[in-house]
Design a protein around this ligand. Structure first.
Ligand code: PLP
Length: 382
């Protein structure tokens, strides 16, 4: 089969490409999807193939709400949840409806490079706020809010990835969460929380989302089944207060096309009901944790040579800071000569970071390949 005509993923032959944050096709649960699709079609018939209710099908909304209640201790009310076609679509929709031309949108520096692309499709003023292994620098955000407010600029929202951030893998610390909560209270800042990696924790469960702990109305949380199940299903959900859900689900886009991800939502509802979903995510957690370990074991000799990284506690990525004398592009040239690829930090930042780094995804390859890639990178950079 000619995959180049089917997939976003394009791999050069013979290259182990750690640049892509994509899942391994061999891990995707084909059998479970096949039987869930058959049973959903039997159960729902033609309802699966017509326009769906604007906020997404009730059965899946109820199941996701229940699951959030179970895992985070606070379940959204029926009026506080809707389905999306994944976080990319949800972010584009939120930005379209909640930002006006020339508004300020705060992002993290570094942040998910393709979220920057989505936001740059709109005439917004993006302001990047530093973040480190404890997540967003809330003191810097505070200063920036004051500066823009004094200049009379409208602030639309903060886009943040507080749990297993892409690219750094960092999670916002409890202290920073408290500081952000205080700042939100003082400034009425709207927060768009990209929660795409929540389910992919390795060792211990993540902290609850900002949505569960911040005042109602302050956070729009974007959740997705892309990483916990399969990105091809293009299904996610949004939790926010009822007024925001009404605005998002009442917009022209959904009035015209009906609810997002209508067909795949029935399949997901089957998988959540049968317990298959829980089994799949649990298997992913173990597999990806082992992949992380394999890559790290290969890279380990670099720690003694000034390379630094925090072992990712969840998600897809390892963010390796380079020693002060080494530039990311030079490191990548050395790595590419060994037929391995990764991404430079500059791609994820809209202003200088003050250090050089590369991002490596451990999602796409098996343990053996990742261990070999890590060892080869270590040898190439030594
Ligand atoms: C932080 C972040 N947000 C969103 C996405 C895309 O999510 P979705 O597939 O739900 O559109 C990704 C995928 O890499 C991501 O890393």
């Amino acid at each position: 089969m000619d995959m180049s005509r089917i997939l976003q993923l394009q791999l050069a032959p013979g290259v182990t490409d750690l640049a892509w944050g994509h899942p391994d096709l061999t891990l995707l649960p084909l059998d479970a999807i096949q039987s869930a699709t058959a049973s959903a079609l039997t159960r729902y018939g033609g309802a699966m193939l017509t326009y769906g209710i604007d906020r997404g099908i009730g059965p899946l909304r109820d199941l996701v709400a229940e699951q959030i209640g179970h895992s985070e201790g606070v379940a959204p009310l029926p009026s506080e949840i809707m389905l999306s076609a994944g976080n990319s679509q949800a972010l584009a929709q939120v930005a379209m409806l909640y930002a006006q031309p020339n508004d300020v949108v705060f992002v993290e520096n570094p942040t998910y490079h393709l979220a920057l692309r989505i936001l740059r499709d709109l005439p917004l003023h993006l302001h990047a706020i530093g973040c480190d292994q404890d997540g967003l620098d809330v003191a810097e955000l505070d200063t920036a809010i004051n500066m823009h407010s004094a200049a009379g600029r409208r602030i639309a929202f903060l886009y943040t990835i507080p749990t297993y951030q892409n690219p750094t893998g960092a999670t916002l610390s409890i202290e920073r969460r408290e500081a952000l909560l205080k700042l939100q209270h003082e400034t009425d800042l709207r927060i768009v929380e990209d929660d795409v990696y929540r389910e992919l924790w390795f060792d211990t469960k993540p902290l609850p989302s900002l949505w569960t702990t911040f005042p109602r109305g302050s956070v729009i949380r974007l959740g997705s089944f892309s990483k916990s199940l399969a990105p091809g299903l293009r299904t996610g959900y949004i939790t926010a207060d009822a007024a925001i859900i009404d605005r998002l689900s009442g917009c022209g886009l959904l009035d015209s096309g009906g609810g997002m991800a209508h067909f795949p939502s029935f399949i997901l509802a089957e998988l959540l009901t049968s317990g298959a979903y829980a089994d799949i995510v649990s298997e992913y957690r173990q597999r990806y944790a082992r992949r992380r370990d394999a890559l790290e074991a290969g890279l380990a000799p670099l720690r003694a040579r000034g390379f630094q990284w925090a072992s990712p506690r969840g998600g897809y990525f390892l963010w390796m800071k380079l020693p002060p004398h080494m530039r990311a592009n030079d490191a990548l040239t050395l790595i590419r000569a060994q037929h391995i690829d990764a991404l430079p930090a500059t791609l994820f930042s809209s202003r200088p970071l003050g250090y050089e780094a590369i991002r490596m995804a451990f999602s796409l390859y098996d343990e053996q390949t990742l261990h070999h890639a890590g060892t080869t990178i270590a040898a190439a950079l030594t």
